[in-house]
Design a protein around this ligand. Structure first.
Ligand code: 5RP
Length: 235
């Protein structure tokens, strides 16, 4: 098995495990990314087979909206509901306290809206995402309105960060989020107080939201390889 295939298989295992936890007659938050894809596909399969009935999804991006439609999952919007039962979403880093860095797909603003509104938030990751300390390997994404790019960069530098504008692939220039904004990826030498930093960055005028998700996750499902077998563990 190549490493790429292994990672895809780990993602598939956790995506399916999360989708198996969804009960009939519920409102489900649908996260973004290559791991959540497997959860959405499995939800669609369960609906088609009759094993799951009457769920409605709330997507967190164009990606999850389009995929959910293709999979036959009925959709609604945040403004049309008074609660979300469960959200399933991926992450770029997870620490032992279940705090996260998200935004690898630049969808963290809508993801935080949906994941924080959910009564139960399930995170699905392969084992490479589990770290002792946030910021170990992944830069912190910050969504910024385009006009505020320079002042926000200067503000982040004052906080000790090294911000870089995220560039697009197959488009010249920066990536544009689903909301029409830019993303700064910020390197912090040490991310000692994620709870405080999440609030401080979100307080900078021009910032929509940052990728720190502190105290939101209820369950983390991790896919890993043990003795040559794919296993799924929870914490
Ligand atoms: C998108 C996200 C994703 O959930 C995160 O990047 C994980 O993605 P993947 O499952 O593809 O590794 O936060 O903004």
């Amino acid at each position: 098995m190549t490493n790429t295939n292994l990672v895809a298989d780990l993602k598939k295992a956790v995506g399916k495990a999360a989708a198996e936890r969804i009960k009939s007659n519920t409102i489900v938050g649908l996260g973004t990314g290559s791991t959540t894809v497997f959860a959405i596909q499995h939800l669609g399969e369960r609906l088609k087979s009759g094993n799951l009935k009457n769920i409605v999804g709330i997507p967190t991006s164009f990606q999850s909206e389009n995929l959910a439609r293709e999979c036959g999952i009925p959709l609604t919007t945040l403004n049309a509901v008074d609660h979300i039962d469960v959200a399933i979403d991926g992450a770029d880093e997870v620490d032992p306290q279940k705090n996260l860095i998200k935004g690898g797909g630049a969808a963290h603003t809508q993801e935080k809206l949906v994941d924080s509104f959910a009564e139960y938030f399930i995170v699905v990751v392969d084992s490479s995402k589990v770290v002792e300390k946030l910021g170990s390997s992944f830069l912190l994404p910050v969504e910024v309105i385009p006009k505020a790019m320079k002042p926000v960069m200067l503000h982040l530098q004052k906080l000790g960060g090294k911000p870089e504008i995220r560039n697009a692939v197959k488009k010249d220039g920066p990536i544009i989020t689903d909301q029409g904004n830019l993303v700064l990826d910020v390197k912090f030498d040490s991310l000692d107080n994620p709870e405080e930093l999440e609030k401080t960055i979100n307080n900078i005028p021009g910032v929509l939201n940052n990728g720190l998700f502190v105290g939101l996750a209820d369950l983390v499902i991790v896919g890993e390889l043990k003795d040559g077998q794919i296993v799924v563990r929870e914490f």
